[in-house]
Design a protein around this ligand. Structure first.
Ligand code: HEM
Length: 210
């Protein structure tokens, strides 16, 4: 069964709801005082992990669309990609506002003290470029170069787990899990694995038809 325009509309609604609801819950937990002993750290962690999880969902879209032969799923790429950017922006804004109190002179000191910020900033610069060029008319104008630029999302998929791993002091299991997930998703981009995925999908189709 191919996804209809109506299904896609429902899916888009579900994407918006799943992305916005956690932000409402975050605001409620901060306001009600249930955001732990250090609400600033809580917000930075929550929004950072939110951006990373959304990035995982974004990278899963193409393999899922190919496996289930549902090309329409690709239309969810733009809203999900923009939510990665939105979460990352909230994460950085929380750091600048609550940790640095917008004291720009402190930013350099922080970078020296926490060099993993440079890795995160590099990822964020790429996310800005991808978001700004996500409009249809820019895509048309850029032609082939658009895809070349948007392949940089795979670099972001490596930079963010490095940023995460480097930022934590003791707990390394969570960032390590993200390395494994990103490694798997990136390996699906290797042409040979594309063929494997398509063959599995063809085998599944034959199985269903027999
Ligand atoms: C200028 C850019 C960035 C800055 C200044 C920044 C800042 C920070 C800081 C200060 C922490 C550590 C919080 C702590 O010590 O508990 C952190 C952790 C983290 N950041 Fe970023 N970040 C940036 C970019 C990004 C981007 C682009 C993403 C995702 C797309 C991201 C995702 C994360 C994640 C997942 C963590 C680990 C969460 C935690 O355990 O606290 N960051 N970041």
């Amino acid at each position: 069964m191919r996804l209809s325009a109506k299904h896609l509309l429902w899916l888009k609604g579900a994407v918006h709801l799943t992305a916005i609801l956690p932000i409402i819950l975050l605001i409620l937990s901060v306001v009600s005082g249930s955001a732990g002993g250090d609400p600033v750290e809580y917000i930075i962690h929550y929004t950072g992990v939110g951006a990373l999880n959304t990035l995982v969902v974004l990278l899963m879209l193409s393999p899922l669309a190919r496996y289930f032969k549902q090309g329409a799923l690709i239309q969810l790429r733009r809203p999900i990609g923009l939510y990665v950017f939105a979460y990352a922006s909230l994460h950085i804004l929380a750091f600048l506002a609550f940790d640095l109190l917008f004291e720009w002179s402190l930013f350099l000191q922080e970078v020296v003290k926490r060099p993993y910020i440079v890795v995160g900033a590099l990822g964020y610069i790429i996310l800005i470029a991808l978001s700004v060029t996500s409009f249809k008319f820019i895509k048309r104008k850029m032609g082939k170069r658009w895809q070349q630029l948007h392949n940089f999302v795979y670099l972001v998929a490596l930079l963010v787990p490095i940023h995460f791993y480097w930022s934590v002091k003791s707990e390394v299991i969570e960032p390590s899990i993200y390395f494994v997930i990103m490694g798997l998703l990136l390996s699906l981009r290797i042409p040979k694995s594309d063929k494997i995925l398509s063959s599995i999908s063809r085998m599944k189709l034959k199985w269903n038809n027999s």
